[in-house]
Design a protein around this ligand. Structure first.
Ligand SMILES: NC(=O)c1ccc[n+]([C@@H]2O[C@H](COP(=O)([O-])OP(=O)(O)OC[C@H]3O[C@@H](n4cnc5c(N)ncnc54)[C@H](O)[C@@H]3O)[C@@H](O)[C@H]2O)c1
Length: 253
């Protein structure tokens, strides 16, 4: 179906003003979706820059402040978005943080902060849209995990555990909603050219690139393309899947 013939659908992207989130918003808007980028209000400068970056989409992309680690906040923001824009049919959970330390040095605070955002955040959003999606008989949920959830990474017991947990969540929810027209899938990016990876030293960056068969970091567009594919109305027979987008960095069945 051409985008013009598709029903207008509202897509909510958490972490929506981040390196990957911004491009995910753009590609979903290009596919005819009305997009709401949900992110922390505290990132004022980024919010302003985000509005510039999506200005070309003529109001199809808007911003909603919310903290995904706060269940009540998520419920309130979903209610407000549904009043303003209509039912949320697509959710992309891309909000994420790192709190790296080897386990011997990791504090309970580093562990819990990360879990609250990277894992609880997925529950908090999905729990607040799932009744509407199943009642209407349509939904697309795409959870952003990471190759480090598949392989484990030194200094990231918290991040690797949360990201592996994200795909467990995906598979379980996919089973619960498969008969209701709701698909739930995971996209697992490899190393991408975003501020999260720019923060590592030049030497480590070169080592990372040397280990990627495709020979470069992923671009936000590489990841957003996979998300848009899974979020399409036509993608109804793919559910509970993990789609790795990592340049061949980690290959498995
Ligand atoms: N960049 C990479 O190479 C890479 C690789 C694998 C996985 N990922 C995952 O992709 C996702 C996006 O990463 P990114 O590179 O765009 O990072 P980013 O830091 O640019 O974006 C993450 C966004 O999440 C937002 N966020 C953080 N805490 C939040 C909260 N409590 N409530 C709402 N929003 C919150 C941040 O403000 C930020 O805009 C993350 O889940 C990350 O773990 C990234």
């Amino acid at each position: 179906m051409s985008p013009a013939l598709l029903p207008e659908r509202v897509a909510l992207v958490t972490g929506g003003i981040g390196g990957l989130g911004t491009e995910i918003c753009r590609q979903l808007a290009s596919a005819g979706r009305r997009v709401v980028a949900l992110d922390l209000a505290s990132r004022e400068e980024r919010v302003a820059a985000f509005h510039d970056e999506v200005a070309a989409f003529d109001g199809a992309i808007s911003f909603a402040p919310a903290d995904v680690s706060d269940f009540d906040n998520c419920r309130a923001v979903v209610e407000r978005i549904e009043q303003e824009h209509g039912s949320v049919d697509i959710v992309v959970n891309a909000a994420g943080i790192t709190r790296d330390a080897s386990l011997r040095k990791m504090t309970p605070q580093q562990w819990h902060e990360l879990m609250h955002v990277n894992l609880d955040g997925v529950f908090n959003l999905c729990r607040n849209v799932i009744d509407g999606m199943t009642a209407r008989g349509f939904g697309r949920i795409v959870n952003i995990s990471s190759v480090n959830g598949q392989t484990g990474q030194f200094g990231q017991t918290n991040y690797s555990a949360a990201k592996a947990g994200v795909h467990g969540f995906t598979m379980a929810l996919a089973r619960e909603t498969a008969r209701k027209g709701v698909t739930v899938n995971t996209v697992s990016p490899g190393y991408c050219d975003t501020p999260m990876v720019a923060a590592v030293s030049e030497e480590i960056r070169a080592q990372i690139i040397a280990g990627i068969p495709v020979g470069r970091l992923g671009s936000p567009a590489d990841i957003a393309r996979a998300v848009a594919f899974l979020a399409a109305d036509e993608a109804g027979y793919i559910t509970g899947a993990n789609l790795p987008v990592n340049g061949g960095y980690f290959m498995s069945f």
